[in-house]
Design a protein. Sequence first.
Length: 94
Amino acid sequence: MRLVFLSDIHFPNHDKAAWRLTMRLVKQLNIDMVFLGGDIIDAHSVSKYPKNPDTILGLQEELDTAFLELSKLRQMFGKAKFYSMVELNQSGLH
């Protein structure tokens, strides 16, 4: 059984080149299970932490980006089982 664990992606503020490389490498494996750890989305727009006004997207835009990218992942591993541990910014929305 082969599995992959992905965590701390922080969509949509993720490193796009690193994500493409990860997807290319993972695609070469015959994955049976995909585990998604915490911080899949950044939730920057609702975080208590300081914000950069030039990079703030609304929460819906963050969710849309995550949905799009995770949909691609699901297509790539259609038969794999997916598990997630959803957390935003380690301890939930702030």
